[in-house]
Design a protein around this ligand. Structure first.
Ligand code: TYM
Length: 372
């Protein structure tokens, strides 16, 4: 069975780009794959927020992940800081990636440029090493993501190849999987930039919890192009193409086929807004039910963390890895650091329920919401 892992940061509201580029595929893939989905609260610490913000955002994101259709009995949905091995492996990843490689990450360059006069944490720079740990920890085959994450998956592969070369067959090489439509949803006001939580104009960003009238208004005011021809061409007609691609992602048609049905921008904007409202309505209703019961959400996340830790402790054994583990055990101590040896030989002894329980309280101190 293909092992799939992908994660999302609990920063700001989940938006249409997150849903069409990633979450929707997590849901559709959960039944045929062995699926792991993480709320990466440690990654969110790269941006400083006030007290309580992260805990609340983590719960809200959990409610959204279940509302879009992740089934806790099928997929493993967990919070990153609840599984302490993520940060342990991250250090080894930091020691396997180079300063030069991290310096070339476009996301680091973009984000640090935007925060020029502000505090830029070292964590923002080493962020891809933690992401590599998230992925490699679970022997992930496929990572369903939006287009913007491709470079992070590429660097993960590079790190895994380097580690395997140095220490023997240890990590599975993952590949990024992006959807046919919706892999890069653009800002409605600036269709040359991707839709993003940090979007400057709220008018270009469609959040999953926006009300129907607000969604219709945002699409009605979407920036299109100077001529009036409806044609799918990302290069020369980014605004119209973005609308066509969003509509295609909602209806299952191709953007090209949809383009042939419109002669004017107005009806295209109206229909796209209506299709998005229809797509989001059941998710919004389910979200409001789930967020009302935080105790249940916490219980689901605790179960998810337990499942994640147990699976991580019993990685799949490929023939190459079995041979490699046997070779390592035969080596004299001191040829490798003990940390490398235990990771390379596929992790420590199997988890017990007490080790799972022991991990939880520490994790809760980082990301559990204030219950007062
Ligand atoms: P994040 O939290 O920014 O986004 C979560 C997912 O949403 C996708 N996405 C988009 N897809 C299409 N159009 C858009 N405008 C758009 N904006 C966001 C992202 O591609 C992503 O799939 N670094 C990651 C989180 C992460 C991760 C991981 C992902 C940490 N560890 C391990 C995969 C595997 C991030 O910041 O995603």
């Amino acid at each position: 069975m293909t092992r799939v892992l992908s994660c999302i940061q609990p920063t700001g509201e989940v938006h249409l780009g997150n849903y069409l580029g990633a979450l929707r595929n997590w849901v559709s893939g959960q039944h045929e794959n062995d699926a792991f989905h993480g709320i990466v609260d440690l990654h969110a610490l790269t941006i400083t927020e006030g007290p309580d913000t992260l805990g609340t955002a983590t719960m809200e994101l959990a409610a959204m992940l279940f509302a879009v259709g992740l089934d806790p009995d099928v997929a493993t949905v967990f919070v990153q800081s609840h599984v302490t091995e993520h940060s342990q492996l991250a250090w080894m990843m930091e020691c396997t990636v180079s300063f030069g490689e991290l310096s070339r990450m476009t996301q680091f360059k973009d984000k640090s440029a935007k925060r020029e006069a502000e505090f830029i944490s070292a964590g923002l720079f080493t962020y891809p090493a933690l992401q590599a740990a998230d992925i490699l920890l679970y022997d992930t085959d496929e990572v369903p993501v939006g287009e913007d994450q491709r470079q992070h998956i590429e660097i993960t592969r590079d790190i895994a190849i380097r580690f395997n070369h140095r220490f023997g067959d240890t990590f599975v090489l993952p590949k990024a999987v992006t959807p046919k439509t919706g892999a890069r949803v653009m800002d409605l006001q600036d269709p040359t930039s991707k839709m993003s939580k940090s979007s400057e104009s709220g008018a270009g960003l469609v959040n999953m919890l926006d009300d129907p009238a607000g969604i219709a208004r945002k699409f009605k005011r979407a920036v299109t192009d100077s001529d009036s021809e409806v044609r799918f061409d990302r290069e020369t007609k980014p605004g119209v193409s973005n609308l066509l691609e969003i509509l295609a992602a909602c209806t299952g048609d191709t953007p090209e086929a949809l383009a042939s049905r419109y002669t004017q921008y107005g009806p295209l904007k109206r229909d796209t807004g209506e299709a998005v409202v229809e797509l989001l309505a059941p998710i919004q209703a389910r979200y409001h039910e789930l967020i009302a019961d935080r105790g249940e959400l916490q219980a689901l996340l605790r179960t998810g963390a337990g499942k994640a830790r147990r699976r991580r402790c019993h990685p799949r054994q490929s023939p190459g890895r079995r041979r490699h583990a046997a070779r390592l055990t035969a080596r004299s101590p001191g040829q490798m650091s003990s940390a490398c040896r235990s990771a390379a030989a596929a992790g420590p002894a199997p988890c017990t329920s007490s080790s799972v329980a022991a991990a939880d309280p520490a994790a809760r101190s980082i990301s559990a919401p204030n219950r007062s």
